[in-house]
Design a protein around this ligand. Structure first.
Ligand SMILES: Cc1cc2nc3c(=O)[nH]c(=O)nc-3n(C[C@H](O)[C@H](O)[C@H](O)COP(=O)(O)O)c2cc1C
Length: 325
């Protein structure tokens, strides 16, 4: 049964109750409305959108409408912003506020060169005074809670997660999600759950632990290890949205996998349009079929179909055959 069936909140983000402990990670290119809606029905209890660039918000970039659209069933909805400039972040957050999200989150974790390299995302970890200014100003100007998602520091010689977590809390931040790696690690090595436990001890706002939850058993392990209030799951949800119902991929019956894939495809075709939806869905197909080795010919056919109808027929044929094998 999804954790959202709980009647008492697991934690609060200021005055917003959260009923459950598992949350889909924000993931650029994945945590769109169709995928978020799917995982919400399976037990994820908050919806973080894909991050948006404050400059794009201020310039009214045409892609934003799609990235920021959400359904009422998803609440609490968290909009995540990135930038290195406090002024722009505040102006963008005020503009985003008009779309009535429940929470605004500041990205301090993105390690990509185009983001961290210019001092945004994980680049902000190098300028804690900016983090203080951003949270102080955001929490003064917004009437909804402000939260942060961090890494542990720029690299292993510059681990400043305790300083950053305290700055976020002292300047009004209402929740801290922690990916237990440094910017330098990117996605290599292991996530450091000890550091997440230290943060949990050091602050009194909710702490969400993130990094390397790959199987259902890892959920209890990371909770016991860190004492966190919730667990954020990213890559393991791609291909196994049932992890939010505490099922490992191989525990999910083949018929359910197939039915869910087709529902997911349909919602992506509706959301993005036929052509684009089909192309974007391929990233999920890779995840869904990952436990089952497809032949090269099957793989080629799956990724080279031109029409969505043909794609659906192929999915039906290949996936059903493959998952039943
Ligand atoms: C494809 C991809 C896109 C991501 N995009 C974002 C993002 O937009 N915002 C963010 O805070 N983190 C982003 N992340 C980081 C994840 O939220 C998460 O912190 C990271 O993947 C570690 O968790 P995991 O081990 O459960 O995957 C992204 C990760 C991946 C793999």
């Amino acid at each position: 049964m999804p954790a959202s069936a709980n009647t008492s909140p697991n934690f609060w983000v200021r005055d917003i109750p959260v009923f459950g402990d598992l949350i889909l990670s924000p993931m650029d290119g994945f945590s769109d409305l169709p995928f978020r809606s799917l995982v919400r029905t399976l037990g994820s209890v908050m919806s973080y959108t894909e991050f948006v660039n404050a400059m794009d918000v201020l310039n009214g970039h045409p892609h934003l409408d799609q990235r920021l659209r959400y359904s009422e069933e998803e609440r609490p909805v968290v909009y995540q912003i990135f930038d290195d400039n406090p002024e722009r972040i505040v102006a963008a957050a005020l503009k985003l506020r008009e779309r009535e999200p429940d929470i605004i989150d500041v990205n301090m974790g993105c390690a990509s060169r185009s983001v961290a390299g210019r001092g945004a995302g994980a680049g902000l970890l190098r300028t804690p005074h900016k983090i203080a200014e951003i949270f102080k100003r955001l929490t003064a100007e917004l009437d909804i809670p402000v939260t942060g998602k961090i890494r542990l520091g720029w690299d292993d010689k510059n681990l400043n997660y305790l300083e950053v977590a305290k700055i976020i809390e002292q300047n009004g931040g209402q929740l801290i999600a922690v990916h237990g790696r440094t910017k330098g690690q990117n996605y290599t090595g292991n996530a450091n759950w000890d550091a997440i436990a230290e943060i949990k001890q050091a602050v009194s706002v909710p702490v969400i632990a993130n990094g390397d939850v790959r199987r259902v058993a890892d959920i209890a392990r990371i909770k016991a290890h860190t004492g966190c209030d919730g667990v954020m799951i990213g890559r393991a949800a791609i291909g196994n949205p049932w992890i939010f119902s505490r099922l490992d991929r191989l525990q999910v019956p083949a018929e359910l996998v197939r039915a869910t894939m087709l529902d997911h495809l349909e919602s992506m075709l509706d959301f993005y349009g036929y052509e684009h939806g089909q192309v974007l869905f391929r990233k999920h197909v890779v995840g869904y079929v990952s436990p089952h080795r497809l032949s090269r010919i099957q793989r080629k056919r799956l990724f080279n179909t031109q029409s969505p109808d043909e794609f659906i027929t192929l999915l039906d044929e290949i996936i059903l055959e493959s998952v039943a094998a």
